[in-house]
Design a protein around this ligand. Structure first.
Ligand code: AMP
Length: 437
């Protein structure tokens, strides 16, 4: 029968296949470990939220809410949206469960899938993956600085050297009105098309973000928010920068950086990489002191970021960084014939329970086919076992790089494998099932 399979992943989405999948997991793990180290605890919220969470939280005038949401009405009549970002949902959860009434700040991190109905292009997808972090309930600039420093350290740990930090302070309800008025009157005098004028009317700050050269040229003399900051906000921003300097984090002042979501106040930042073309941000964030109130909660200052897992993968590729340790298997077990398949199965289970990544040849392959499978698996070790070995109470442990093979008594195979792996990798903690290493 002809092969008629023609299904594809939806437009703007993609599959991550092995071995890239291992690298992706490592990126996520590095981000998670980096932020957990700073005292952030893991939170998981649904992929679906009440549409109002984003409309109220992110802001109706934003592209995200006005154009990019996957929103629908359920059979029961609820208006829900596939989350386009994490912050509003985390704030909803904090307020719903009164976490803000306990010890402050509430420091949380999350990881997962996000959805935006965008025009797909390199680095911009309709389904993407983020790791995010939020510190809620304090306006201490140390939190802004800690989040920024932690993210920069994650990129460094991953081996990236070309991530640049762009930094700005957007002011808040005290200084924003005067700035907004100055900006709006400047924009009035420019030659802008009708949609841009419309955007300027809803939120003039958004025009600063316009990437088109004909717009950017006209913005050469635009009033800058940093010239309108109140003394308090200036002091806050100064402290953030002082703390970053103290821990050796470098940045570039970016007075036109506004970010795409309405809830940002005061510190705003983006991590950009020069190897990604137009979609250069590998992460971004800032302070969102007004978000809680816009969701109907109390005034609750907060700061956070989201790092793009997919774009970080692209940045690693652009810099030619291969993540080390992205090995799927430690040992491949080769039963030489059906008669030893059960013994091989027992052995592979024993190894897995001891925390070793082990696999075996299946489908009753002959010796040649099974050895080929071992080679393909890229495991550094193979255990070859035939009738005679099993009868003699031993197996052959093979170093796949050198081809050296040693007979090992069956009862000491686990310690022999662990010793061989330690020699390869250095002492590595393994997590056995049901006990400590
Ligand atoms: P944002 O919430 O828009 O600031 O997004 C934070 C980070 O998520 C960005 O810096 C990107 O790295 C990543 N990101 C946002 N939107 C997309 C998308 N459509 N495709 C891939 N990555 C994205």
């Amino acid at each position: 029968m002809a092969d008629e399979f023609s299904l594809k992943a939806p437009k703007g989405t993609f599959d991550t296949l092995p071995p890239e999948g291992e690298a992706l997991l490592q990126v996520r793990t590095s981000m998670a470990e980096g932020i957990a180290r700073a005292g952030y605890a893991y939170i998981e919220t649904p992929v679906l939220e009440d549409t109002a969470v984003f409309v109220r939280g992110v802001g109706e005038s934003t592209d995200v809410v006005s154009k990019e949401m996957y929103s629908f009405t359920t059979k029961g009549g609820d208006d829900v949206t596939l989350r386009p970002e994490g912050t509003a949902a985390v704030m909803r959860a904090v307020l719903e469960h009164s976490l803000h009434k306990g010890a402050l700040p509430v420091k949380l991190w999350y990881s997962g899938s996000f959805f935006r109905y965008e025009r797909p292009q390199a680095g911009r997808y309709r389904h993407f993956s983020q790791v995010g972090a939020e510190a809620i309930g304090s306006d201490d600039p140390a939190l802004d600085a800690e989040l920024i420093a932690t993210a920069m350290d994650v990129f460094t740990t991953l081996g990236l050297t070309r991530v640049k930090l762009l930094l700005n302070c957007l002011g808040d309800h005290n200084d924003r009105p005067a700035y907004r008025a100055a900006l709006a009157s400047y924009l009035d005098g420019l030659d802008l098309d009708a949609p841009t004028r419309e955007r300027a009317k809803v939120n003039p700050l958004r025009v600063l973000d316009d990437k088109r050269p004909e717009v950017q040229e006209q913005l050469a003399g635009v009033p800058l928010v940093t010239d309108y900051l109140s003394a308090d906000n200036r002091a806050h921003y100064d402290t953030v920068r002082e703390l970053l300097s103290r821990c050796g984090v470098q940045w570039e002042e970016s007075p036109k950086l506004v970010r795409g979501l309405d809830y940002y106040t005061r510190t705003a930042f983006e991590f950009v990489h020069d190897g990604l073309g137009a979609q250069s941000a590998v992460g971004g964030g800032g302070r969102y002191d007004g978000l809680s109130a816009s969701l109907g909660g109390p005034d609750l200052p907060a700061v956070g970021w989201a790092l793009g897992v997919d774009r970080t993968m692209l940045a690693l590729r652009a810099e030619g960084v291969r993540l080390v340790g992205a090995r799927t298997l430690d040992v491949f077990v080769v039963p030489l014939g059906e008669s030893v398949a059960t013994a091989a199965f027992e052995l592979v289970t024993l190894l897995r329970r001891a925390g070793v990544r082990a696999d075996m040849a299946v489908d009753g392959r002959g010796a040649k086919g099974a050895m080929k499978a071992a080679n393909r698996s890229a495991a550094p070790l193979a255990i070859v076992m035939g009738d005679r070995d099993v009868a003699a109470g031993e197996v052959q442990l093979k170093d796949m790089a050198t081809g050296d093979q040693t007979a090992v008594p069956r009862e000491s195979i686990l310690s022999a494998v662990l010793a061989a792996l330690d020699e390869l990798d250095g002492p590595t903690p393994r997590r056995p099932v049901g006990g400590s290493a």
